[in-house]
Ligand binder design. Structure first.
Ligand code: C2E
Ligand code: MG
Ligand code: MG
Ligand code: MG
Length: 273
């Protein structure tokens, strides 16, 4: 750990680093237990069509209610899961649970599509296509109902192996969304090479709408880029009516954010018609 931080020797060990290291190790152990003891749950956040206002789908978001310390945020435990490899069984649990819940909604006449986050570590180490086909055949969920969200870091590593994996998913009919698009510096050439369906415009760009002219220009450009590549657009982190109107006026198709609703337990969607 000291080496990874750039120290390269035990002399750089500090009490601060030590405490962080211990916290991480504790979290890792507790996360293993959490997975075994069903302390993890999935909540679902609405995704709406900006033209009609209708809910078209939901994004599955992992939640961890720790019995002693309370809720732990995914931005804290997902990185721990990735570094420790726990993301492999955790991701499988997420995919299966999301497909089960989506199938249950369908059986109640609520045909929402479900978007599942797949981390770079999972994509690299697991045969996602066969994991997806197992989950679909186990739950009987139609493939049209499933979207996988991948971040740019996965897509920029466009090795032949990664491209083959994405093509297999495409041939199966699984749709792929690029998560957090515009959150980092990126070489955009992967957009034309890979079989993608949707760009999710990162919250950091959406938050500046109405405040920074540059962000408005960027968001407009991203929407145009997506449409000229025949990709769907979804704006993340929409919190205000002004933002909703801006996005609608600039032909962004879909949106997600606190304005439309926070992530809710699966049962919440059973009664929606
Ligand atoms: P993400 O995939 O980009 O998910 C969107 C995040 O933005 C969620 O945070 C959501 O609650 C939050 N959000 C949605 N609307 C708004 C809004 O209007 N304002 C603000 N301020 N935030 C909003 P959450 O649930 O804390 O998840 C954080 C990240 O953790 C996710 O980012 C995703 O990268 C990761 N994550 C969550 N669940 C999973 C999972 O099951 N598997 C994997 N691999 N990653 C997950
Ligand atoms: Mg996501
Ligand atoms: Mg995102
Ligand atoms: Mg994110």
């Amino acid at each position: 750990e000291a080496k990874k931080q750039g120290g390269g020797s035990v002399h750089h060990y500090t009490p601060e680093l030590g405490r962080r290291g211990i916290r991480r190790l504790e979290l890792e152990q507790q996360l293993r237990i959490a997975l075994e003891q069903n302390q993890l749950t999935l909540n679902y956040q609405p995704q709406v069509d900006l033209r009609t206002g209708a809910m078209i789908g939901v994004e599955a978001l992992a939640r961890w209610q720790h019995p002693e310390t309370g809720a732990i945020s995914p931005s804290e435990f997902i990185p721990v899961a990735e570094e420790s490899g726990i993301i492999i069984p955790l991701g499988e649990w997420v995919l299966n649970r999301a497909c089960e819940d989506a199938m249950r909604w369908r059986q109640h006449g609520v045909p929402l599509e479900v978007a599942v986050n797949v981390s770079a570590v999972e994509f690299e180490h697991v045969d996602i296509a066969s994991r997806v086909s197992q989950a679909l055949s186990r739950t009987h969920l139609p493939v049209e109902a499933l979207v996988l969200e991948l971040t740019e870091s996965v897509l920029m590593d466009d090795t032949e192996e990664a491209i083959r994996r994405l093509q297999t998913l495409r041939e199966m009919g699984v749709r792929i969304a690029v998560d957090d698009f515009g959150s980092g510096y990126s070489n955009l050439s992967y957009l034309k090479r890979l079989p993608l369906n949707k760009l999710k415009i990162d919250q950091s760009l959406i938050r500046g709408l109405g405040k920074h002219a540059n962000d408005e220009a960027l968001v407009r450009a991203v929407i145009q880029l997506a449409h000229s590549l025949k990709l769907d657009t979804l704006a993340e982190g929409v919190e205000t009516e002004t933002t909703r109107q801006f996005l609608h006026q600039h032909h962004c198709r879909h949106a997600q954010g606190y304005l439309f609703g926070r992530a809710q337990p699966a049962e919440h969607f059973l009664s929606i018609h």
